[in-house]
Design a protein around this ligand. Sequence first.
Ligand SMILES: NC(=O)c1ccc[n+]([C@@H]2O[C@H](COP(=O)([O-])OP(=O)(O)OC[C@H]3O[C@@H](n4cnc5c(N)ncnc54)[C@H](OP(=O)(O)O)[C@@H]3O)[C@@H](O)[C@H]2O)c1
Length: 211
Amino acid sequence: MDVLLLGASGQIGRRIANELLDRGHAVTGVSRSGEVDVEGDEFEAVAGDATDPDEVADLANGHDAVGSALGPPADEDPEVFVPMTEAVLDGLRRSDVDRLVWTGGAGGLNVGPDRKLIDDDEFPDDLVPLAQAHIDALDRIREADDLEWSYLAPPMVIEPGERTGEYRTAVGDLVVDDDGDSHVSMEDFAVAFVDELEDADAVHTQLGVGY
Ligand SMILES: NC(=O)c1ccc[n+]([C@@H]2O[C@H](COP(=O)([O-])OP(=O)(O)OC[C@H]3O[C@@H](n4cnc5c(N)ncnc54)[C@H](OP(=O)(O)O)[C@@H]3O)[C@@H](O)[C@H]2O)c1
């Protein structure tokens, strides 16, 4: 597969790029600067702005799929993530690619009947704006039934760690382990992400990922 990866320079994006390369796929990795710290014969780093639909379309053309590990820049209001998401969706519509696998947020996952993680008393106040931006972005993605999107949401905690190849998924729900912890390594999240790119088991679905 020939994959355009938006957000390839990010913490999660770099691991998705490496997982794709390890499985023999070709990756075009996008960052604003064009610098991406990933090595490989089948890897090309390019500069691009995900807030510009025409640029996204030009970058996407000729690929089999687009992956996103985009996030709002740390020095900007998290709400910029919503127009960025709209620009990526519009860009895909202007391109010859209709497959999109997205890295989302945990806050919009269900933790009980009609209750999302963001509404939990213990959800950190400082993460609410980012979590809300992810929920608003997911609303836009859900409207894109003309695209073959899949939305993979990390659990509460996702950190650099080990690649075990093990993970569980739940449609719309936060994944929590037997000890009540909701976590995954970024490496195993990348495994889940690339599995979805290869298998397309969760098209038009918000999927929680965790151990
Ligand atoms: N528990 C959770 O819900 C949870 C936990 C962790 C992460 N996440 C989400 O997962 C996603 C990835 O996280 P991360 O930690 O890997 O983020 P990160 O390290 O901040 O990476 C963000 C990526 O987005 C790119 N980007 C930002 N604005 C751009 C633009 N206008 N055009 C092109 N690229 C742009 C950055 O590229 P540059 O090099 O150009 O800056 C970078 O590659 C984020 O959406 C984050 O919120 C969720």
